[in-house]
Design a protein around this ligand. Structure first.
Ligand code: OTU
Length: 629
């Protein structure tokens, strides 16, 4: 690369004053390893600009400064993780996701929950947005007004640093949303743009009239078709239409502008230096817009992410990037990097396997594993030191449209939209469904957009009329969790699910939340259920202890590590038989009927030690973890 001599000194200059020569040598080593990808991706995106070389040198200088500022404890963690890049693939890794206020009230309060998290074996805590959000409606914190201030309702900046350090000392990695697709319309950049600052106006995508918005709308989908139709919002102060993929107050950032990339990359490194170890890259699929497309999963979005990965590898290699891309299965692997293709570059370390999650819920509604088998068949092996994230529920809806391809192909086939709409209607409790949930954003009952509801409520605990139905609901709940734990991923529990918490309907009384049924599954941690988590006579106790038994079995089974092999064995239509290597099988019976499953050799139940050989009869909704005897 001809510009190599111009760039390394830019990176090293801020380190010149640094007392430790080692850091300069480390920076040189990392830069040498990353430069080709970093320069190639950014040159491809912005090299046409006459100021590219100057911009690139400034960016590297900023990266060098942030590396120089990185606290020693984090530098030491960086070194450990550079030596063990697959550290997060271990089968003992377990994630937990919650809102700060719903888990502990404030950031300080979350610190008091660490013993509880340790009891579960949590090693990764995803706290939903805790930076200063937009005043008023803010999409649960996903409209960020400042990346450098903590939400005053949750504490102050020092509390974040303190919590991150306490979690790190407990062996728990703090994960934070990094909402890089958009900012709030009261973010300083948006306020400056509204005040007429042209450079800041160029941080956003603004159109003087409807000509371009209408052309884009012809091919772009809608995320909130009911409450926020369309992708553009007219803003008087901007003299036109601003691109707003999500709510009107969430202004998409313009990544065709290199200043945006440089600012956001530095913002991430500043937050990394506060002790955040995992960044959930929100809405990564939407980062690059291209007319005539759905403006998702564009090649340039992957170039941006690969450049971000290279920057993190230089300045904070102990940090993980996690892609939140709620997209069809075929689009997912690219977020973890490509071995071949555009020069084989790493991208994110982790990606949500959103179609696996949706297919498991689809299998439960259909009492048939076909959708799930189709998704697993389309799930390729991953690059080294990359992992799926498996989960049962999260703070968002279950998005069905990611399954269109599998719904068309998996038996019995038929119209995929109608099939997904049937599943979505099942989870609203239609007909004799046991579910208690709500459809999300689908104005047309025959269109499947999303489904909301707490896991236990969607699986029948809320409608259960007697102990038989309660036990069936809990079996379904443990089945979905057992699959997420056995699949071969970094599994993340969603706060409250471990206690079989149900829907929180209170959102309907809060004007700023009433129109968004995702708040059904955003409860406060139920202190009473928490007290009963060891009481087998309660649903909370049965769920917690059932889950904990699976978790302790999982910790001793290397076959369940994220990177270990995975194959689907022959099974009846309503059973998933997932082998992990030669000596472990996860059996899931998605039906209300007993199902026979053939076995070769002698196996024993990981939880009870009961032996099976030749065949096992699976009880309705049974989960069975077997290890070769
Ligand atoms: C993400 O959502 C967040 O998880 C949501 O909580 C936010 O509302 C949204 O971004 C905007 O920040 O596909 O990749 O269907 O599941 O918007 C973006 C609604 C997403 C969400 C969907 C999701």
């Amino acid at each position: 690369m001809t510009d190599f001599p111009d760039s390394l000194p830019a990176l090293l200059a801020p380190l010149a004053a640094h007392s430790h020569h080692a850091l300069r040598d480390t920076a040189t080593r990392r830069y040498t390893a990353q430069h080709a990808v970093l320069h190639q991706r950014l040159h491809a995106l912005y090299g046409h600009r006459p100021d590219f070389a100057l911009w690139y040198g400034k960016l590297l200088g900023a990266i060098g400064s942030l590396l120089a500022q990185r606290p020693a404890a984090l530098q030491a963690q960086d070194a450990r993780r550079e030596a063990d890049p697959g550290w997060f693939l271990d089968q003992r890794m377990l994630g937990y996701c919650s809102y700060v206020d719903r888990l502990g009230g404030t950031l300080r309060g979350v610190a008091h929950r660490i013993p509880y998290l340790e009891e579960l074996g949590v090693r990764y805590l995803h706290l939903l947005p805790f930076l200063r959000p937009r005043a008023g409606e803010n999409d649960g914190g996903f409209a960020v007004a400042s990346f450098d201030e903590v939400d005053p309702k949750l504490g102050e900046n020092g509390d974040l640093d303190m919590l991150a350090a306490k979690l790190r000392n407990a062996g728990i990695s703090l994960c934070s949303d990094f909402i890089l697709n958009h900012v709030a319309d009261d973010h300083a950049w948006a306020k400056g743009a509204k005040a007429g600052d042209q450079a800041l106006r160029d941080y956003f995508l603004v159109y003087p009239d409807r000509t371009m918005p209408d052309r884009y709308e012809a091919t772009v989908g809608q995320v909130f078709p009911q409450v926020a139709p369309g992708n553009f919002t007219h803003v008087e102060a901007m003299g036109g239409w601003v691109w707003t993929t999500f709510y009107p107050y969430q202004w998409d950032l313009n990544y065709a502008n290199p200043a945006v990339f440089a600012d956001m990359a530095q913002t991430l490194l500043r937050l990394a230096n506060r002790g955040i170890e995992v960044f959930r890259l929100d809405s990564t699929a939407f980062l690059w817009k291209r007319e005539g497309t759905n403006c998702m999963n564009q090649p340039e979005a992957h170039m941006l992410l690969q450049a971000l990965r290279a920057i993190v590898a230089i300045a904070a290699p102990g940090v993980l990037l996690k892609a939140e891309a709620i997209v069809p299965t075929r689009e997912l692997p690219a977020y973890l990097g490509s071995e071949g293709g555009n020069g084989g570059a790493a991208e994110c370390h982790i990606a949500y396997h959103s179609s696996l999650m949706a297919a498991a819920w689809g299998a439960m509604a259909e009492q048939d594993a076909a959708l799930l088998k189709a998704v697993i068949a389309r799930t390729p092996a991953l690059p080294p030191a990359a992992s799926w994230l498996s989960y049962v529920r999260c703070h968002d809806d279950i998005g069905w449209n990611v399954l269109k391809a599998e719904a068309a192909e998996a038996p019995p086939g038929g119209d995929p939209a109608a099939r997904l709409a049937r599943i979505a209607r099942f989870y609203t409790g239609e007909g004799n469904s046991y579910a208690a949930g709500a459809s999300f954003q689908s104005s047309d009952p025959n269109a499947a957009h999303g489904s909301n509801g707490a896991t236990a409520s969607l699986l029948g605990l809320q409608t259960a009329r007697d102990d038989v139905e309660r036990r069936a609901a809990l079996r379904r709940d443990l089945l979905l969790h057992g699959l997420a734990l056995a699949f071969g991923a970094l599994p993340v529990l969603y706060m409250g699910d471990e206690l079989a918490q149900q829907n929180d309907d209170s959102y309907r009384e809060r004007p700023q939340h009433a129109m968004d049924s995702r708040w059904l599954q955003r409860p406060y941690l139920d202190e009473v259920a928490l007290q009963h988590r060891h009481d087998a006579s309660t649903a909370a106790g049965q769920m917690f202890m059932g889950l904990r038994a699976l978790l302790s079995a999982r910790r001793r089974l290397p076959a369940l590590a994220a990177g270990a092999p995975r194959t689907v064995l022959p099974s009846p239509p309503s059973v998933l038989a997932l082998a992990r290597g030669d000596d472990f099988i996860c059996l899931c019976n998605f039906s209300a009927q007993r199902q026979p499953q053939g076995l070769d050799g002698v196996w024993s139940d990981c939880l009870t030690g009961q032996a099976f050989s030749g065949e096992v009869v699976l009880e309705p909704y049974a989960l069975l973890w077997l290890e070769r005897a």
